[in-house]
Every structure is written in C-alpha cells, then in structure tokens.
Design a protein around this ligand. Structure first.
Ligand SMILES: NC(=O)c1ccc[n+]([C@@H]2O[C@H](COP(=O)([O-])OP(=O)(O)OC[C@H]3O[C@@H](n4cnc5c(N)ncnc54)[C@H](O)[C@@H]3O)[C@@H](O)[C@H]2O)c1
Length: 297
C-alpha cells in the first residue's frame, strides 16, 4: 500500500508531482539540494492551488490540507527513509541520476519502488546501479503536471510486472491516464515528438517558411494546441537537443541527428521561454508571441 511519497528535485516537474500527490491525500517529502528552490516550489504550488480555487475545481480546504501534506528536505537520506515510493525529478543528467539512484538504494526502505521522471535516460541503465532493478520504473509525467493527464509508464528490462501494475493503479488514483511502454531511447512520447520538432527547425534552417507560418500550419492544419517551434521553446531548446542526441546515439540512425540550427541556437544560450528568447521573444507578464529578431525574414 503506497502512502508516503518522496519527490527528488523541486524544479518545474518536481513541484507539479508533489502538488498532485499532496492533493490526493498522500504524504509527500519534497527534496532538493537547493533550499531556496524548495521555498520557491512551495510558493508555486500555493499559487497553482489558488488557480484551481479561482476556477472552482477545488475549495480553500483542499489547498490547506494539501499544503499540510508536504514536508521539505535538503537531504535524500532523511527525506526517503520511510518512503513507499520515490519519484526522482532532478536535473536531466545521466551521471547525476546514477549517483542519486545509488544513494537512494541505500537510503530508502528495501520495499520502496524507485521511479524516475526522466524524459530520455534509459530506465534499465538507472536500475543497473541499484540492487533492486525489479523495483525501478519510469513514471514520466507531462508539464504542467496538475493539468496534463498522461503518465508514460516505462518498464526497464528487469521491472517486475507487479510493480508496473502498482504504478498504473497509482497513476489512475491521481486522476491520470497511464500508458505502459518499454525502455528504448525516447520511450514513445519523445521518440515521436522530437523528430517533429527537429523537422520544423529544419524547415526554418532551409528557409522553407517563417517561424509563425510553420507553427500556424501545424496549429490550424493538425489541430495541435501550439506549434512545434513554440512547444520547443516551452520545453527548452537545450532539452530538445539533449533528447535528440539520446535518440541519435541510442539508435545510431542519422534520421535523429539534431538540426545544425538547433545546435547553434542552444550553444548561443537562447533556450526558449526560460531564457526569454528562442524562436520567439518572451516578455514577463505578456502572452503575446513575437518572433525573435534572429528569425524575422
Ligand atoms: N520540464 C519538462 O517539460 C519535463 C517534462 C517531462 C519530464 N521532465 C524531466 O523531469 C526531470 C526534471 O526536469 P525539470 O524540468 O523539473 O528540471 P529543473 O531544472 O526545473 O529542476 C531540477 C531540480 O533538481 C534539483 N537537483 C539537482 N541535483 C539534485 C540532487 N542531487 N538532489 C536533489 N535535487 C537535485 C535542482 O536543484 C532543481 O531544482 C528531468 O529528468 C526532465 O527530463 C521534464
């Protein structure tokens, strides 16, 4: 029976994951090496609950109870010692994740399930640094977590079927829709999404159409809620580049090679929404989409 959840990493994804578990009456330990990040995450969670209250989907009492369900820690050891499930949502870096899972394997109870929210790193590889590979699984939430319904559940090579079932049931308990996939580079979500984003960037690179035109064609023609270039900015151009590199290296197929333009923009530090500029320029407080001056024809 899963009751106590530890969430590692209190960034974009970690705060959303803590939010949905806390709202569904789980006890949540939110852990980050950066104490300031923990404070920021609590403020974000509180603001996101206010948004749900304003929409009329929850009452003040739910916010109060949910926030009371969350405790914060800066130490993995202290924050996971009585966990039934750990969901790791730390920075997307293979060495960091392997280090965290080695530490978790020592710190968390032997019965605990260890899940990663990684977008692209092999679950089988992560599981191999632990002594409980059968209890290691991918639990890939989508951003923003309180809003997005999907959980991509990823079976590592050695993941036990009963553990997969537990994570499927748990995802449903959170009001999410789980989809189980196997562990190959990019899983399903990013294996299909990233080549589309890369192709959109190639279309800019080859001068076939402008940024606005490409996004408008995909929005109006395919009923996508946002165009692939805007989505790439939202995800982070550095993140898109690193996922394409994982696909390219993992399959050894040139069709996944990142577009030279993506490499150039990411190298220049124009990473999208988080840096204020990518294919579009972002002004805090404004929802208007202005094409970056580097991509104006
Ligand atoms: N951002 C997205 O849209 C998205 C979507 C799905 C999955 N993911 C995945 O979720 C994970 C987190 O992504 P994010 O966008 O929230 O990143 P982020 O940069 O917003 O947050 C990462 C957090 O991890 C913390 N951290 C780093 N090392 C740590 C350690 N040793 N112990 C504890 N905390 C540590 C950092 O301080 C930071 O607060 C990544 O694996 C990413 O691939 C991201």
């Amino acid at each position: 029976m899963i009751k106590k959840i530890s969430v590692i990493g209190a960034g974009t994804m970690g705060n959303g994951i803590a939010h949905v578990f806390a709202q569904n009456n789980f006890e949540v330990n939110l852990i980050d090496v950066n104490a300031a990040q923990l404070q920021k995450a609590l403020q974000t969670i509180s603001k996101n609950f206010d948004r749900q209250i304003a929409k009329g989907t929850i009452g003040e009492d739910v916010k109060k109870q949910s926030l009371a369900n969350i405790s914060t820690f800066t130490s993995i050891k202290e924050g996971t010692q009585d966990a039934d499930l750990v969901v790791e949502a730390a920075t997307e870096n293979i060495d960091l994740k392997l280090k965290i899972f080695k530490e978790l394997d020592q710190a968390a109870p032997a019965s605990a399930i260890l899940a990663s929210n990684t977008s692209s790193i092999s679950i089988t590889k992560i599981a191999a640094v632990t002594n409980r590979a059968e209890k290691v699984i991918g639990m890939h939430f989508m951003n923003p977590v309180p809003v997005m319904k999907l959980v991509e559940v990823i079976n590592g090579f050695l993941t036990d079927k009963a553990i997969t079932q537990t994570i499927v049931d748990l995802s449903k308990q959170l009001g999410k829709i789980p989809c189980v996939v196997n562990d190959y580079p990019g899983f399903i979500a990013n294996r299909i999404l990233m080549p589309m984003i890369n192709e959109a960037i190639y279309s800019v690179y080859e001068g076939i159409a402008g940024v606005k035109e490409i996004d408008t064609i995909m929005k109006l023609g395919m009923a996508h809620p946002m165009g692939p270039l805007q989505l790439a900015d939202f995800i982070g151009l550095d993140v898109c580049l690193s996922i394409l590199n994982v696909l390219h290296e993992g399959f050894g197929n040139p069709k996944y090679a990142p577009c030279p333009l993506l490499i150039k923009i990411a190298t220049a530090g124009r990473l999208g929404v988080k840096t204020g500029e990518g294919f579009y320029t972002y002004t805090p407080g404004s929802k208007e989409l202005t094409v970056s001056k580097y991509f104006l024809k």
